[in-house]
Design a protein around this ligand. Structure first.
Ligand code: PLP
Length: 456
């Protein structure tokens, strides 16, 4: 953590700008960023949902990466979460970056501390103008998986260092990418002979086992495919020097995936002195670093409306939500991960009846959680276990909200994307959110947490 604090200083995190809309101004105090000045809770949108990002988690994941895969250089997949402070910490730690667009390349280069050689343009199907722009920015490494891309690159970036993205089995991953990208092995010789004819430099092979890969054996299978592609390169007169093992690394199975991947590399590439091995991890670095606090802005108890307390449900209706809670972020916002990334999210109670001392004895009952828009698809949890006595103004927290969330959030219906509050001094998950939330309530006198009051 001391190293992280130094890193934060190196990359000027102490000079953070005030959070959007004057919600909170952050500064580094004793190495820990805290919400120090908070606007009154009666401002418009005062109860706005927000993320707490623990940058020490990103740092710890990098340490874990180096421990398990010391010979593989991580190129963080910016698409997963392009948060500027995550990028700064990773840049300072020396990772490379996988970018998919002009904008992502600019975000990384604008940090001012990343050389373009630390970027791979890992989108196999790029607009011509994007390729031209990459050339101008000095980004040379880029992937391709089709002949047309080779012609575009020959025209606009003839000095590019090309990497063939091959197709591998991603059928067991959360998000299969092979339906859209990846050259089947049988097409690789043809692609390479076109590349040769166009006088292009092809330096290696990349693959992606699919995002959210719990099938650790997929990595070994993919390395075997890469070996075949390397041999095809030799046949075509290329001497490949790069193997890019892509992303897909899951927190829960990371050590197992790393072991299987390392063994496969050892087996298929025993003489690899001249081969640089890189990877494109995304969610591994950020999933658990971000937690989202959502405010209960409305509630309905359609079955029990008018009764003082919801009756204990019988077995038959244990699947019927007793209370519908409406929070101020949903599937059109940060919870787009439910639709696009096939995630199932679980809420924890942060405050109850305005108090942060949630009684542990409160019985949990089937409830549902909804987003704020007027669309009925905007459901965060169709069925979850929560107390039925949460009030309007209470807070729920969702952990593991760092990957493919805020980056794809829209402003549908006029709901703004949730802000981020940063900390470099990791309390564990919801504890850290609770601490920051109680800063909010203290600074605002706390009374506004009692909107609607009591058990509703
Ligand atoms: N690289 C490429 C080309 C991708 O498309 C993706 C995700 O879609 C990633 C890396 C990151 O994958 P993950 O977040 O599963 O590690």
């Amino acid at each position: 953590v001391n190293d992280l604090h130094n890193t934060c200083e190196d990359v000027h995190i102490p000079h953070m700008p005030p959070l959007l809309r004057g919600h909170a101004e952050l500064h580094l105090r004793n190495g820990v960023m805290r919400a120090s000045r908070l606007s009154a809770m009666h401002e418009p949108d005062a109860e706005k949902a927000f993320f707490v990002a623990d940058l020490s988690y990103v740092y710890k994941q990098h340490e874990r990466w180096k421990r398990c895969l010391p010979a593989i250089e991580p190129f963080y997949a910016v698409k997963c979460n392009p948060d500027p402070y995550v990028l700064r910490v990773l840049a300072a730690l020396g990772t490379g970056f996988d970018c998919a667009s002009n904008n992502e390349i600019s975000r990384v280069l604008d940090l001012g501390i990343v050389d373009p050689s630390r970027i791979i343009f890992a989108n196999p199907c790029k607009a011509l103008s994007f390729i031209r722009n990459a050339a101008k920015a000095g980004v040379e490494m880029m992937t391709f998986d089709n002949v047309d891309e080779l012609h575009k690159i020959a025209r606009s970036h003839p000095r590019a260092k090309l990497v063939v993205r091959i197709l591998t089995d991603d059928s067991k991953s959360l998000c299969a990418l092979g339906t859209k990208f990846g050259a089947p092995l049988v097409t690789v010789p043809g692609l390479l002979s076109t590349a040769r004819r166009l006088n292009l430099s092809v330096i290696g092979i990349s693959f992606h086992v699919g995002s959210g890969c719990f099938d650790t054996s997929a990595f070994a299978d993919a390395v075997a495919h890469a070996r075949t592609a390397f041999d095809m390169g030799k046949e075509a007169g290329y001497d490949f020097t790069l193997l890019d093992v892509g992303g897909g690394f899951e927190d829960a199975t990371f050590e197992a995936s790393a072991r299987i991947l390392s063994e496969a590399i050892e087996h298929y590439f025993p003489n690899r002195e001249s081969i640089r091995i890189i990877a494109e991890p995304g969610r591994f670095y950020v999933s658990n670093a971000f937690h989202l606090a959502g405010n209960i802005i409305a509630r309905r108890a359609p079955l029990d409306e008018g009764k003082r307390e919801a009756p204990v449900p019988s077995d038959e209706d244990s699947k019927t939500p007793r209370v519908m809670y409406y929070i101020n972020d949903g599937v059109y916002g940060s919870f787009n991960c439910i639709l696009f990334d096939h995630q199932i999210v679980h809420p924890h109670v942060l405050s109850m009846g305005g108090s942060f001392h949630v009684p542990s004895t409160e019985p949990l009952r089937p409830c549902s959680v909804w987003g704020p828009t007027c669309d009925s698809i905007d459901c965060v949890c169709p069925l979850t276990q929560l107390p039925t006595s949460l009030s309007v103004g209470d807070w729920l927290v969702f952990e593991n909200m760092g990957a493919y969330t805020v980056c794809a959030a829209s402003q549908f219906n006029g709901f703004e994307v949730s802000n981020v509050i940063y900390t470099s001094g990791g309390g564990a998950g919801s504890l850290e959110v609770r601490r920051i939330l109680s800063d909010f309530s203290t600074a605002s006198g706390g009374s506004d947490f009692e909107i609607g009051g009591g058990a509703g």
